[in-house]
Ligand binder design. Structure first.
Ligand SMILES: Nc1ncnc2c1ncn2[C@@H]1O[C@H](COP(=O)(O)OS(=O)(=O)O)[C@@H](OP(=O)(O)O)[C@H]1O
Ligand SMILES: [Mg+2]
Ligand SMILES: [Mg+2]
Ligand SMILES: [Mg+2]
Length: 397
């Protein structure tokens, strides 16, 4: 994650100056002493190689890991240190309930260790490391500081420390997502995608991704084979991508961020649509029907996490659709950063009724009409919105 805030150089006018100082944050979650591995990457590898004792189930049965809490603590600590804890409001996914239980001592210890390992790297990215090692109280405080309720006025951050936790524990795609929301509007979006492959064809290797990538690319490789940070500022009309910096390379300013742009493909027959991997998170049968009626001919690209938003912004896919089961309320941290990045990269994101997503109603996307549709261009978007209306009544959603 350490690599995510880094891409903004002094010459990058797309960010306010106070935020430029924060960019190294996303590049600085390198944990431990393992070379050539970022912190989350290291945690991901250790989770895959061990029994899953450090993967916990939440009340809704979704997974949470050392990485989710560690990233939340690290981002919260750095935002507070940099901007002042009293002026920083954060809405984030994780809480400290499980971690604070007496029988979670081992888990908490692992989180504290990971956070300290990450923060020790902060000076490499131009950020201040803690004067002394953080203890469990300070780490728990950093996590629980993320207690903003969001809402229509003022400024707050929306953080998903690990989006696609299921992908993360399966050695697959995941993202770290941070957005800044001002008076209900997303003004800054950052997506750290540590496993985003340099070659877009590899995006579809889900489940087998980890094995394939590690076979094809030796872990000591200093070249960019996977991982990027994508970011955008509202109104700039630009979105940027910075490859993750591998290994202990000296960091160079200005950085090597390059602009990304959505695909120009307008013909549905040539377009790729992506959707969640899990049927439980989005109806695959409804989107299959939609795809057929719109003329999308390619197999769906099923990818974990907000990497789907990154894929649209980079032009690696043209459509993203998510139709959760009735009654599920989408959370703002699952979408804010990705929506802004696609819009600034030239794309369109709305609910299935064609309305913009509303980030001003607290932690949920209240009033969302049926589902989310993100497209590279208006023509594809219009076709899909029309097709949703035509198919909806005959669906059982
Ligand atoms: N039932 C249900 N329906 C819809 N969405 C749900 C549901 N349960 C969880 N979530 C949220 O989905 C986030 C993961 O979305 P993905 O698009 O990555 O889904 S998938 O893992 O590819 O299937 C996931 O984000 P993370 O928890 O950060 O991984 C959840 O916030
Ligand atoms: Mg999420
Ligand atoms: Mg998450
Ligand atoms: Mg989760």
């Amino acid at each position: 994650m350490a690599n995510t805030l880094y891409y903004c150089s002094d010459t990058d006018s797309s960010l306010p100056s106070e935020l430029q100082h924060l960019m190294p944050l996303f590049f600085s979650t390198k944990a431990g002493s393992a070379r050539n591995h970022h912190g989350q990457v290291k945690v991901q590898e250790s989770l895959i190689s061990k029994t899953n004792s450090q993967v916990q189930a939440k009340d809704d049965n979704s997974p949470v890991t050392v990485a989710d809490w560690s990233v939340q603590a690290t981002v919260s600590w750095i935002l507070s240190e940099t901007l002042g804890s009293r002026s920083v409001a954060i809405v984030a996914e994780e809480d400290v309930q499980t971690l604070s239980k007496p029988d979670s001592a081992g888990l908490l210890e692992a989180v504290v260790q990971t956070v300290n390992d990450c923060l020790a790297e902060a000076p490499r990215f131009g950020l201040k490391a803690p004067g002394t090692i953080l203890g469990s109280t300070e780490v728990l405080e950093a996590i629980s500081h993320c207690n903003s309720a969001g809402g229509p006025s003022g400024r707050f951050w929306a953080l998903d420390p690990v989006d696609g936790t299921l992908g993360f524990v399966r050695g697959d795609q995941y993202a770290v997502a941070l957005a800044l929301i001002e008076d209900g509007e997303v003004v800054l979006g950052v997506l750290g995608c540590p496993n985003y492959p340099m070659r877009k064809e590899w995006l579809s290797y889900h489940h087998r991704y980890h094995r394939i990538i590690s076979k094809l690319t030796p872990p000591t490789s200093e070249s960019w084979d996977k991982g990027c940070v994508i970011y955008a500022r509202r109104g700039s009309g630009e979105a940027w991508m910075q490859p993750l910096i591998q290994g202990h390379k000296k960091l160079v300013w200005p950085n090597s961020a390059t602009p990304v742009r959505v695909s120009t493909v307008e013909n549905p027959a040539l377009a790729t649509f992506c959707e969640p991997v899990e049927k439980a998170n989005s109806s695959h049968s409804f989107t299959a029907g939609l795809a057929h009626s719109v003329g999308l001919r390619k197999q769906p690209l099923r990818v974990y996490s907000m990497v789907k938003y990154a894929a649209i912004a980079r032009g690696d896919a043209e459509v993203f659709m998510k139709f959760a089961r009735a009654g599920y309320k989408e959370k703002i941290w699952d979408h804010a950063a990705g929506v802004l990045i696609i819009q600034e990269a030239g794309g369109v994101v709305t609910d299935a009724g064609g309305c913009p997503l509303n980030f001003s109603k607290g932690m949920y996307l209240e009033g969302l009409d049926r589902g989310i549709i993100a497209c590279a261009g208006v023509k594809l978007h219009e076709k899909i919105i029309k097709a949703v209306d035509a198919s909806w009544n005959s669906s059982s959603l």
